[in-house]
Design a protein around this ligand. Structure first.
Ligand SMILES: Nc1ncnc2c1ncn2[C@@H]1O[C@H](COP(=O)(O)OP(=O)(O)O)[C@@H](O)[C@H]1O
Ligand SMILES: [Mg+2]
Length: 371
């Protein structure tokens, strides 16, 4: 497990040390640095090859994130690490070993080169970032469309769903009959352990009775997703294309499938799994993301949802995760700098303390309503 990320002079952070657990929930106001944490991981992953090259470094624009040029990523009020030019540094602790990468700032460059002084022997990525089992789902995910890409290389060989989840439908099509092996991930109401049946059962947490189909479109390099509602037979609806079905279903599918790919050593980075879902659906997604952590993957979730937080608290209370498996961070700005508070979740699911602004809007509104 990666148990700590340190970030120096990267985007929203001058310096931050972020402890990580099997399940880490990042919360906080808009623009408080949550996505920056996930982007630090994504940047390392997409720089995998570039970091190994002579004169290589951080590849700012790639298939996971497009961060721009040096000027965009260097923290505006950067900290001087020494008297020389500015540096951006990312560091991790993985299974007790330290990994760190320091790159030189170049204002217009989209490849920031590893610092000459940086020990390159420690610059290999740890397995969660270099291996398969990595998924990164951005908030700007796929929306309903009549077709999705069919890439054998990405979806099948690499098992990657795409940072926008754009390869999910092809992944589902190809692996639909593969069993979901880990019992934590298996939905109790699913017809079988097949990936498609499992995905369908978890989607039914969001929309009861929904059925999925993922199929190739003959003669093209595309695949198609369709939905049906109700049980097969007389009461079943026609198949609808995603564009004629509520937005939330398509949008959440990559989250469902990503969680079902969870395995020991994997790393799932998910922005706003709750987006576009009704409250009970949000609890369903919290349950599934917790199940992914219970199945052995490391999960880092960015969320604005009280229901996600409550879903994690329930997972601890119901012993699906232990208190030590969960970290909750709340980011907020204080005069330009980002502060982090980390309330703990006790064995009874209770939260140790509620910093000002930390999921306190219910209470604030109730106070006004009862006034
Ligand atoms: N180079 C930079 N220097 C300082 N702050 C930055 C820089 N780049 C981005 N930011 C800050 O980071 C914020 C975005 O942070 P982000 O992690 O995306 O927030 P969120 O918590 O909403 O996910 C921006 O609004 C900006 O305030
Ligand atoms: Mg964000």
């Amino acid at each position: 497990m990666i148990d700590r990320l340190s970030v120096t002079n990267f985007k929203a952070f001058g310096f931050a040390e972020i402890p990580l657990a099997p399940y880490t929930l990042l919360s906080g106001l808009n623009s408080s640095g949550k996505s920056t944490v996930l982007q630090a991981f994504a940047l390392l992953r997409q720089s995998y090859e570039a970091l190994h090259e002579e004169d290589g470094g951080f590849l700012l624009n790639g298939d996971l994130v497009e961060l721009g040029v040096g000027q965009d990523v260097l923290h505006e009020d950067y900290i001087r690490l020494d008297d020389s030019e500015p540096r951006i540094r990312l560091a991790l602790r993985y299974q007790g070993a330290e990994y760190s990468w320091s790159v030189r700032y170049e204002r217009e460059a989209d490849l920031l080169r590893v610092d000459d002084g940086c020990d390159r022997s420690g610059s290999a990525l740890p397995p969660p970032l270099s291996g398969t089992g990595f998924q990164y789902l951005r908030a700007d995910r796929i929306s309903p469309a009549v077709s999705y890409p069919r890439s054998h290389e990405i979806a099948v060989r690499r098992g990657f769903l795409g940072s926008r989840g754009e390869h999910t439908v092809n992944y589902l099509r190809h692996f639909q009959d593969e069993p979901v092996r880990d019992e934590h991930l298996r939905h109790p109401q699913a017809r079988s352990s097949r990936l498609l049946d499992q995905a369908e059962a978890w989607m039914q947490e969001i929309c009861p009775g929904v059925n999925l189909q993922a199929e190739a479109i003959e003669g093209t390099d595309s695949v198609r997703l369709s939905f049906r509602f109700g049980t097969a037979g007389l009461s079943a609806s026609n198949r609808y294309r995603p564009t004629n079905v509520g937005f939330g279903l398509t949008y959440v599918l990559p989250v469902v499938v990503a969680c079902l790919t969870a395995r020991p050593g994997g790393l799932l980075l998910i922005e706003n799994p709750e987006a576009h879902l009704h409250p009970r659906g949000q609890i369903g997604m919290a349950t599934l993301t917790c199940a992914a952590a219970a199945a052995g993957a490391q999960v880092v979730v960015e969320t604005h949802s009280d229901h996600m937080l409550n879903g994690v608290r329930l997972a601890v209370k119901e012993r699906r995760l232990s208190t030590g498996d969960v970290l909750v961070h709340y980011f907020r700005r204080n005069v330009g700098e980002i502060e982090m508070a980390s309330p703990t979740v006790g064995p009874d699911g209770m939260v140790s303390h509620w910093p000002e602004g930390f999921f306190d809007e219910w209470e604030r509104s109730l106070d006004r309503l009862l006034d």
